[in-house]
Ligand binder design. Sequence first.
Ligand code: SF4
Length: 337
Amino acid sequence: MPTPATDSEFSFELLVCRWAELGWPPANGDAPGSDDTPVIVSRQLGTKKRRWDTIVIECDPEGLVARREFGDRTIDGDLLPVVRHAPAEWAYYRDALPDPGYPWRYVREAIHRAAARGLVEKRKNGNRIEIRRKRPYPEWVSRIIAIENKPDLDASAAAALSDQLEHDVDTALADEVWLATGRTGERVEPALLRQFPVEAGVLTFDFSAGTHVDAATVDWLPSALDPTSDGERFDGAEKARRRRLIAERAYGKGWRSFTETTRPDCRWFELERAGRGVVPTCAAKGRCQHETECSSRCGSFEPEPPQWRTNGWPIDGGPGQGLRRLLERRRERARKR
Ligand code: SF4
C-alpha cells in the first residue's frame, strides 16, 4: 500500500515543501541540517518558460522583518518599481521613478494601487502627482533555491528532467538547483545521475516516517550558480528584477495555496496526516488526487452536503471552508517565523 507521499507527484511535492519549511538546508555528512536562516517556501513558480516545483527563498533576517512591514500580499511587477524607487521626500513621480519603457499612465495606475495598499504615499500638487515612500523596500532575499521533484526517477523521467535542469543551470536565475526524488533503498542509479548537469544537487527522500528533517539524504551536492553574472538569456539587471518578482510571489503565495486551485469544498476532499505535514486525499478515488483533476470538472465532484455546514460543525461554511482556513493560518505562521 503506497503512503500518501509516494502515490502522487502532487503529494510528494507538498511533503518536500513541508520538509523544506522544517529542515532547510539539508544535513550533509557531519554538517547539521537547518540553521537559523529564515526561509519562505513556495511551489509552481518561475518564468513563462520554466516553472519550478518547489522554491526555497533564504531570507536575510532583518530584511525579512522589514519586508513584513509591507504586508502579507505579493508586491507585483507593476508595484515594485514604485515601491522601490519612491523617494524619502515628496517628489513628482516622473522625476522620482525610472522610465518604465511603457506609457506613464500605467505607472499612475500602479501609484494609486500602491497608495491604496498603504505601500507609498501620494498627493496632488497642482495637477501633478507626487509620491513619497513610507519606508525603504529592503533587500530581503539572500538566495533562491529551485527544487525539481520527481518521486519515481526512471530513465525517461531522468531524460526529460536533464533538459530542464540544464536550462536552470544556464539561466542561473536560482543560486542552486536540486533534484528531489524518492529513496528506493538503493542509492540513485549512477547512470541516471550522469544525465544531469553536475551543478545540480540530488536529494533522496523517504517520507514513510513523515516529514522529519532527516527524511532527506544529500546524494550529490550542487555547485553555486552565479545569478549576478550575465547569463545567456537575461542581463544582470533583468535577472535581478526577475529574482525579486519570484521572491515576492513566493512570499505572497507560500505553498499551501493549493486550497485555492483544488476543491476542499467537495465532500470527498480530505487531509491526511503525514508526520508533521498533511496532504490532500480523495475518498472517492481512494488515493491522493492530482492537483489538476481536483476541480469542478472532476466527474466525482460532489458539493459537501448543506447539513455539514449546520450539523454541529463548529466553523462557519462547513469542513471545506474550515480546511481552507486551517491552511491559511499555517501559511501565516510560516511567513512570520
Ligand atoms: S472527487 Fe474530484 S473534486 Fe472531489 S476531492 Fe476527489 S478529485 Fe477532488
